[in-house]
Structure formats: structure tokens, C-alpha cells
Design a protein around this ligand. Structure first.
Ligand code: ADP
Ligand code: MG
Length: 766
């Protein structure tokens, strides 16, 4: 199935996300739509051929979300990243400064009014009237215009609520100032405060956006802008990298980065590939070696032949991958978005209902309700900076107008919009600092539910760097190594790596090979060009199943106590066993401690391995794993079946694997966890990557996920709590009986407290 990614501008809040999602879901041929506010992107699968992308784009843009197909153009992306860094960040600070200036003055205003500061200017109503006018015209203008626009297009969003609240508060105050006899109260301070908090909230959101983008920015910085192309054997000329095409010959000097995926055609040098593969040791690049885009040439100049350019390179693919990861969001966020989208309608209806209620109905229920004295949550002098809306009304229509405005003024769901993204950003940021990469917010939610953890053995619990311990049953150990290493040059298994390293150390020449077949979890078979007959290298059970006879003596020997910690592979030629190679692999330094910690915290631990019984049991004892929790001799598909079985029994399963032959198991589990390095981010089917080859991050990542989800729930509670409390009060629910109305300043204070609680709560995650 093909998927499409769009860049979408104009989204401001959960309501917008909801609208965009709806548009995409309702379009012909789309599936699995996911829209992300933070990365300003949408991601969906193409479901059938009726999909008309131009129509979708037009539809989006007609609704106020100009979009384009996510650009694969690498140079465009790099330019954008640089621009983002320079411009946007500055304009964000502008927002923050505005926010603080506004909040500062409105607090001073409150203090002056309460008599805490003696300043004729700050207490002056005209000073506050001009401050409010400026707030509305300068930082508020954009929000207000956008809010009314979307209101007119019949898709009210967060901006609509803000716009309605701010302008209605402002215009009532202006009316009151010009016609004091209208009976309207004057509260210029509230629109100022409201805008202040909105801007503060937006700033926090932008910061989150900036942070997610900066990890991509770091990768993009690996791409050089220019390079030297060979005009003939000796002469070079500097050209822009975007002009390169496959087949070009280029020169990369020591200290420069490789501008495309290339093959070395002349020279040798040390190359730092750490950004791309996570491998910290520089590699030695010789003629014929592949070098990936973005690697750093360390010590001598190289002549390279360009293989892949632009968006085909590994670097571009990695960037793509991370971008698409970030557009997956947790279901819990989806819920919040959905609610925020509907919330506007809810608020508008409450406002309209209360209007009609106070205008027409209230007088019949309580004939003398207007003589009620306001006595509680507000100060009520007619021309003070703020009195509660409605407290000065002397007829039902006047009260009705004022209370319906009050509902609009206070119902700004800033806290609701901040509740999830703040937590997700903080949690993934904290995790990333420890080398833990969650591939999307939804993975954090899944991780929080895990109760069972399955470990692969080789390369996961062990270091995955086996060494040759010895040989058994062979007449010519050198030949045994030579023949097996030749075949293994086609394999990426850690065992293959060990054999090849050892043969290099002994200066053995590898034989040319043909008809190679790797059998995942079993071994590898093939033929040599020079010697006839089929060669097999792999575990003994597999060889035996292929009619290769293994002597009883050998079997007894390898089952002995001395031998049980070694992985044993047999090498056969034309159905005859040539001998066995014993491989040792040490336990990861932090395996024991990590497993103990997980077990102490009630996670169920299993070990699934493809290796032989004795070796697996030996290792399980070292990490104190119970006999009934370990499985050996498993093929990749057996691992998968066992996982399905656990899942059926209501376990939430995380599988920790090395990502080389565990991909199916990683994909089948609820949460696939890969331990390893950078390229594996791209390769493995993992939901969570523990970088830097450390298991100790595992416990941390599951715990931080749990804490994050708890925080999100708390946040949603605080955000809703405010609205649940404030809206009925503003609508006048306590007025008939107690004469209590909600003054906008108290409403703004409540709103501020709820927003600040949400942000502080997210930041306190540890
Ligand atoms: P684990 O599940 O412990 O990570 P694998 O599934 O990777 O183990 O491999 C299981 C067994 O299959 C190994 O112990 C080894 O005997 C054999 N094997 C797998 N791949 C190879 C290979 N490329 N060369 C030799 N033996 C292999
Ligand atoms: Mg393995």
C-alpha cells in the first residue's frame, strides 16, 4: 500500500486538526488518516485508485488549510530548515514578549484597582481602554481575523472562541465607556489577559514544534551544499550538490561530508559514519566500498562514484522516516482533538441557550430575579475596570446579552489544546536525551500498557559480538574457517561477522561463492566456485534435518558442562560434516541489572532464542529467568507464533530484539523494541529504539510512558475541570438562588490557573 504525506499550513488547534482529518477521511480513497498539529503534516494510506489528490488539496485550501504534497526535494528541505532556524524563532519570541507585556499590565491594573498600587495612570480607565485596543490590533489581530473567517466558513475552532470572547468583551466595554447609561459593565482588562494567556500557550506549542523539527534539522546539516566534480582525470570543478547525477565522479576532501550515496573508486580513508549508523568507531573505506550520504571523510581525499542522489539517499530516507514517525499521534490525543473540535459548538449553544433563557424564560420562573443582589464572586461598581457581566443589568434582555457574552469570554479551551502535546513533547524529549527513541506519540501510549517483555538472546541479551572459542571434530581448522567465512560474507548475522573478522586476522583468502541462500534462524547454504558440492553453515539441528550425520560422540561432547555456554555451528560439504566452530558471546554488562529491575516491578520476563537448549538455559540462569519462561531452538516464525499466543491470553507484549532476523516478531508484538544503532531506526520494524546498545533504558522508557499517560489524563481533567466549573457559573446557574455571577477576571484567573497547571504538570515529568 502506498502512503502520502502532506504539509499543511493554517492549523492552530485541536479543532483544526479535527477538520483536516474529517476532510481527508471523507475524500475518496483515503485510509488510516493521521494529522499532526506539531509537525503541520498529514499522513494517509491510499486505499484505492479513485483517489484524486488535486481535489483533496483544493478542498483543504478552500477550508483555510493551504497544503502541498510533502516535498521529497532534499535541497528545499534543507533551505526550509535553515529558514526555520533564523526567522521563526525570532517571531516566536515576539509572541512571548507580547504575552508578558500584556499580562504584566493587566496584573498592574488589577493591583492598582485593588488599591495595592497608587498610580493614577494605572487606575485610569482610558489607559486600560487603549491597552486593550492595542492588544486587539497588534498581537490579537491575526487570531481574531482567522477566528471569524473560520466561523463564517462554518467550522469554528479555537481561534473562533478566542475571537468571540475577546471582541465581545472589548465591545461591551467600549459601549459601557461611551454610554454609561446602557448598564453594561466595563472590563478592558479581560481581553488583554485572555490574549496574554493565549499567546503564552501558543509560544509553548511553537517551542514544541521547534524542538521536533530541530532533530531533523540536525540530520539535514549533514548534507553539504557543494562538492567537486571531476571534469577529466585530474581537473575538478566545484558544483552544487543538487546538480549531481548518478554516475558522476567526485572528489571529497578530508574533513568534508559525503554529498550522496557513493562507491569509492580510488583512494582509502577513515570515515566517520556515526550520525548515520550510530557506529561510533570510524570505518576504513577502501576501493569498492559503499559510503552513505552524510558520513564524514576523516583523513585523506577520496575519489567517489555517485550512486544515489537527493531523495534516494539513505540520509533523505532517514529524514523522511523521522518525519512520518512524528505524524503518528496517540489515540488519547485524537480524543482530545475531537472534543476540542466539538467544544466550540457546545459553547456556542450554551451561549445561545442562556441568552433565550434569561431573556424569555427566567422572568416566568422567578418574577423578581433581577432584584437579586450580586454578592459573591465579583466586585461590582459600574465603572470600575471590571465587574461581572450581568451584575448591573436592569432588564432581562440586558442580562441575557451580558450572560451570553460571559459564556463566550470564559470558555477558551487553551488548557485543552495544551494538555496532550506538552506531555508528549516533554516525555519524548526526556527519553531522547537518554538515547530512547519512541517512534511516535501513539507508541508512548502503547508502552504504558506493557506487562510482558520478551527478550531475544543473541545480540540482545548478549553483546552480539561473538568470538571464536575453538573448533571441534575437524582436521583442518583453517580450511573450516575459510570455507564458512566465505559463505558468511553474504550474511548480516553477528556470527557471520565473527567468522569474517577471524579470517581477516589470520589473513585467509575467501573463496568466490555462488547460489547463496540464507535461512533465517538456521544458517546459510551455498556453493564455492572452486570446490564442487553444497556447503552449509548453521546450527546442528538444522544440519541434521538436512541428512547430515552428526556423531554421537560429538553430541555428547557439546552437551557437557564445559561446552554449554557456547553457541555451536556446524560446517558441512556435500552432506559430510567438516567440523564445528564454537562461539562465545558475553552477556551485556547491564543485562542482569536491567532484567532484575523489570522483574521487581512486576513485568513478566521471557527469553525466546533460536540457539540450542544448553546455551539458552545457561544464559537464563545468569539472568535468573525461570525455566518455564524460556524457549530455545525457535525459528523466527516460531517466535512470532508464541507472541501471538501470549497476546491472545491478554498479555500486552513488548519484544526486544536486535532487529536483524527478529523483524517479524518485532512487528507482531504490541511494542517492538530494537536495541542498536542509527540505521536500524530505519530498518527495524521497531516502535521503540534503544540507541547506544544499552538495555538499561528499557525500564526507564516503559516507566516514563506510564507516567506520561498518567499526566495526560490529569491534564485533561484539569482542562475540563475548568470549563465544567466556569461555563455554568458564567451562564448564571447560581444567579437566581444566590445572586452569584462569574466575574470575567475570576474566569480569566481560573483559566490561567488551569493552563499553567497543565504546563507545569507536563514539565514536572521525570
Ligand atoms: P537468537 O534467537 O538467539 O538471536 P538466531 O535466531 O539469530 O538466534 O539464530 C539461531 C541459531 O541459528 C544460531 O544460534 C545459529 O546456530 C544459527 N544461525 C543463524 N544464522 C546463522 C548464520 N548466518 N550462520 C551460522 N549460523 C546461523
Ligand atoms: Mg537474534
Amino acid at each position: 500500500m502506498k502512503s502520502i504525506q502532506l504539509n499543511i499550513s493554517g492549523m492552530k488547534c485541536g479543532g483544526c486538526v479535527q477538520t483536516v482529518e474529517k476532510i481527508l477521511n471523507n475524500s475518496e480513497g483515503t485510509k488510516n488518516v493521521s494529522v499532526n498539529l506539531l509537525t503541520e503534516s498529514a499522513y494517509f494510506d491510499i486505499h484505492n485508485s479513485q483517489l484524486n489528490i488535486d481535489e483533496i488539496l483544493e478542498n483543504l485550501s478552500n477550508n483555510g488549510f493551504p497544503s502541498k504534497i510533502y516535498s521529497n526535494d532534499f535541497s528545499e528541505k534543507i533551505n526550509k530548515a535553515a529558514l526555520y532556524k533564523k526567522q521563526k524563532w525570532i517571531s516566536k519570541w515576539k509572541k512571548l514578549n507580547f504575552a508578558f507585556i500584556l499580562l504584566f499590565f493587566s496584573v498592574l491594573g488589577h493591583l492598582a484597582e485593588g488599591g495595592f498600587i497608587n498610580s493614577p495612570l494605572l487606575g485610569n480607565i482610558f489607559f486600560h481602554a487603549s491597552l486593550a485596543t492595542m492588544a486587539l490590533l497588534l498581537p490579537g489581530r491575526q487570531i481574531v481575523i482567522k477566528g471569524f473567517k473560520s466561523f463564517l466558513q462554518n467550522r469554528p475552532d479555537m481561534d473562533t472562541l478566542v475571537a468571540l470572547g475577546v471582541t465581545s468583551a472589548y465591545s461591551t466595554s467600549v459601549l459601557s465607556l461611551i454610554f454609561p447609561e446602557s448598564g453594561f459593565p466595563c472590563f478592558f482588562n479581560e481581553p488583554v489577559m485572555l490574549l496574554g494567556f493565549i499567546l503564552l500557550g501558543r509560544f509553548l506549542e511553537d517551542r514544541a514544534k521547534y524542538q521536533t523539527n530541530s532533530s531533523i534539522g540536525e540530520l539535514l546539516e549533514l548534507q553539504p551544499e557543494t562538492t567537486y566534480i571531476y571534469l577529466n582525470e585530474n581537473e575538478v570543478k566545484e558544483i552544487r550538490v543538487s546538480k549531481l547525477t548518478p554516475g558522476d565522479e567526485i572528489r571529497v576532501l578530508a574533513g568534508d561530508r559525503i554529498p550522496a550515496d557513493c562507491i569509492v573508486s580510488k583512494g582509502n580513508s577513515l570515515v566517520d559514519v556515526s550520525h548515520i549508523t550510530g557506529e561510533s568507531k570510524p570505518i576504513e573505506a577502501n576501493e569498492g566500498d559503499n559510503l552513505l550520504n552524510g558520513s564524514l571523510n576523516l583523513n585523506s581525499s577520496l575519489r567517489l562514484r555517485v550512486e544515489k542522489v537527493g531523495s534516494d539517499t539513505s540520509l533523505a530516507k532517514l529524514v523522511n522516516l523521522i518525519e512520518s514517525i512524528q505524524s503518528q499521534k496517540p489515540p488519547i490525543q485524537r480524543l482530545a482533538d475531537e472534543i476540542a473540535g466539538k467544544f466550540t459548538y457546545f459553547v456556542l449553544s450554551i451561549s445561545i441557550i442562556s441568552f433565550f433563557f434569561w431573556w424569555k424564560i427566567a422572568i416566568r420562573l422567578w418574577p423578581d430575579f433581577l432584584s437579586n443582589h450580586n454578592n459573591g464572586l465579583s466586585i461590582h461598581t459600574n465603572h470600575s475596570l471590571h465587574s461581572s457581566l450581568g451584575s448591573t443589568a436592569d432588564n432581562p434582555l440586558n442580562l441575557a446579552i451580558q450572560l451570553s457574552i460571559a459564556v463566550l469570554v470564559i470558555a477558551c479551551p487553551c488548557a485543552l489544546g495544551l494538555a496532550t502535546p506538552t506531555v508528549i513533547t516533554v516525555a519524548s524529549g526526556k527519553a531522547a536525551k537518554k538515547g530512547i527513541l519512541f517512534k511516535g506519540g501513539d507508541k508512548i501510549e502503547i508502552a504504558s500498557k506493557i506487562d510482558t517483555i520478551i527478550f531475544d538472546k543473541t545480540g540482545t541479551l548478549t553483546k552480539g559480538a561473538p568470538y571464536i572459542k575453538g573448533y571441534e571434530g575437524s582436521h583442518d581448522n583453517k580450511f573450516l574457517l575459510q570455507i564458512s567465512a566465505s559463505l558468511e560474507s553474504e550474511s548480516r548475522h553477528p556470527i557471520a561477522f565473527a567468522l569474517i573478522e577471524e579470517s581477516k586476522k589470520q589473513n585467509l583468502n575467501l573463496f568466490p561463492i555462488k547460489n547463496i541462500k540464507t535461512e533465517s534462524g538456521r544458517g546459510i547454504s551455498g556453493e564455492l566456485e572452486t570446490i564442487s558440492g553444497e556447503v552449509k553453515v548453521g546450527n546442528l539441528k538444522w544440519l541434521e534435518n538436512n541428512d547430515i550425520k552428526i556423531s554421537q560422540g560429538l553430541k555428547n561432547l557439546i552437551q557437557s558442562d564445559d561446552m554449554k555456554k557456547y553457541t555451536i555451528i556446524g560446517v558441512s560439504l556435500s552432506k559430510n560434516l567438516l567440523g564445528c566452530i564454537l562461539l562465545g558471546d558475553s552477556l551485556r554488562d547491564d543485562a542482569q541489572v536491567s532484567i532484575e529491575k523489570l522483574r521487581d516491578n512486576n513485568y513478566e520476563i521471557y527469553i525466546f532464542s533460536g540457539d540450542r537448549k544448553e546455551t539458552v538455559i545457561d544464559l537464563a540462569q545468569k539472568v535468573k529467568c525461570k525455566q518455564d519462561r524460556i524457549e530455545w531452538g525457535l525459528l523466527p516464525e516460531d517466535k512470532l507464533k508464541n507472541i501471538e499466543c501470549l497476546k491472545k491470553n491478554n498479555h500486552k507484549v513488548a519484544m526486544v530484539g536486535d532487529g536483524i532476523n527478529d523483524a517479524p516478531a518485532l512487528a507482531a508484538s504490541n511494542l517492538g523494541i530494537a536495541v542498536g544503532s542509527g540505521t536500524q531506526i530505519a530498518k527495524a520494524n521497531a516502535d521503540l529504539v534503544l540507541m547506544g546498545d544499552k538495555l538499561s533504558g528499557l525500564y526507564y522508557s516503559l516507566e516514563i510512558a506510564k507516567k506520561a499517560i498518567k499526566k495526560i489524563k490529569q491534564n485533561l481533567f484539569w482542562a475540563f475541570g475548568y470549563n465544567v466549573l466556569a461555563i455554568p457559573l458564567a451562564a448564571g446557574i447560581l444567579y437566581p438562588k444566590f445572586g452569584i455571577l462569574l466575574s470575567p477576571s475570576i474566569a480569566a484567573l481560573l483559566m490561567a490557573i488551569s493552563s499553567i497547571t497543565v504546563v507545569l504538570n507536563a514539565l514536572s515529568l521525570d
